[in-house]
Design a protein around this ligand. Structure first.
Ligand SMILES: C[C@@]1(CC(=O)O)c2cc3[nH]c(cc4nc(cc5[nH]c(cc(n2)[C@H]1CCC(=O)O)[C@@](C)(CC(=O)O)[C@@H]5CCC(=O)O)C(CC(=O)O)=C4CCC(=O)O)c(CCC(=O)O)c3CC(=O)O
Ligand SMILES: NC(=O)C1=CN([C@@H]2O[C@H](COP(=O)(O)OP(=O)(O)OC[C@H]3O[C@@H](n4cnc5c(N)ncnc54)[C@H](O)[C@@H]3O)[C@@H](O)[C@H]2O)C=CC1
Length: 216
């Protein structure tokens, strides 16, 4: 398969099963933890870092090999063992149960694949090569990380704050659109980069909205 549908899935509080506890499983788990999933790891052994997460009660660990039936109640499943037959059995159970599954060994068997991700607060830029070259995806991530620096976290948070206020205070969708477009034309990013940015008070936001609405 060479064309996929990109999605951003809400996994908060949802049970996600990971079969296997090696380096690859650890990477998938860190991504899931970031998105507040409830993680169940089935694996006889796990990495030191996963052991620490388990000791800190951040993940559930079932310390044995995978058995048919383990996926019951799962929202998403990741097969990340080093045994192709085990991964295939996991994929089969998930498919039969209608649960979306990722097989770290095979994009062909996977219902979804894991992208490489640039994270800047609310901003995520996900990259996939449709399984052709995961290392290339990681390289592209590095390039994008240079281009989209840490300042984007503040910038997007500012836009979110302003957009929330505009949505609450301005009822006309047309006016809202014009105001929101003006926001992206302000030099906020440059101000953040040069240390001149400061958060606006609610009063300042209100004044900005009134001032700009008068001009519409
Ligand atoms: C299909 C997919 C399925 C999935 O896992 O979802 C898949 C499959 C496979 N990966 C393999 C190898 C490597 N994968 C990485 C790294 C990453 N792999 C990731 C995703 C994906 N890997 C999905 C496709 C993504 C896309 O569409 O581009 C990333 C992006 C995300 C993540 O894992 O979180 C993460 C980078 C994160 C980052 O740094 O940003 C490295 C580099 C490293 O480990 O340092 C290597 C070694 C170098 C090499 O081989 O290229 C192998 C061969 C295994 C073998 O040889 O046995 C297979 C199996 C196959 O290709 O058949
Ligand atoms: N998708 C990706 O990003 C990548 C995928 N791979 C593939 O993923 C595989 C796993 O890679 P690593 O994590 O580095 O291997 P690893 O050998 O470090 O980890 C394998 C894990 O699977 C567990 N395991 C083995 N049999 C099991 C069973 N029956 N039930 C449950 N758990 C079981 C082991 O205890 C171990 O924790 C590789 O063999 C390779 O084919 C490799 C590199 C990147």
């Amino acid at each position: 398969m060479d064309r996929y549908t990109p999605l951003f899935v809400n996994t908060a509080g949802k049970t996600c099963c990971v079969i296997g506890g090696g380096r690859v499983a650890e990477r998938k788990i860190k991504g899931l933890l970031h998105a507040e999933a409830h993680i169940k790891v089935f694996s006889p052994e796990i990495t030191a870092e996963l052991k620490q997460l388990h000791d800190d009660s951040r993940i559930e660990w079932i310390a044995r090999s995978y058995r048919n039936g383990d996926l019951r109640g799962a929202f998403l499943v990741y097969a990340a063992t080093d045994h192709v037959e085990v991964n295939s059995s996991v994929v089969q159970e998930a498919n039969e149960a209608g649960i979306l599954v990722n097989d770290a060994m095979s994009s062909e068997r996977s219902a979804f694949i894991t992208p490489s991700v640039v994270r800047r607060g609310r901003l995520s830029i996900a990259i996939s090569t449709a399984g052709a070259g995961p290392a290339a995806a990681a390289e592209i991530r590095s390039t994008l990380e240079q281009q989209f620096g840490e300042e984007y976290e503040t910038y997007i948070e500012f836009l979110h704050q302003m957009r929330t206020e505009v949505k609450a205070r301005v009822s006309s969708p047309g006016h809202r659109r014009v105001l929101l477009r003006q926001l992206t034309e302000m030099n906020v990013l440059e101000d953040i980069r040069t240390g001149q940015f400061r958060w606006w008070t609610e009063e300042e936001i209100g004044n900005w909205i009134s001032r700009n609405q008068e001009e519409l």
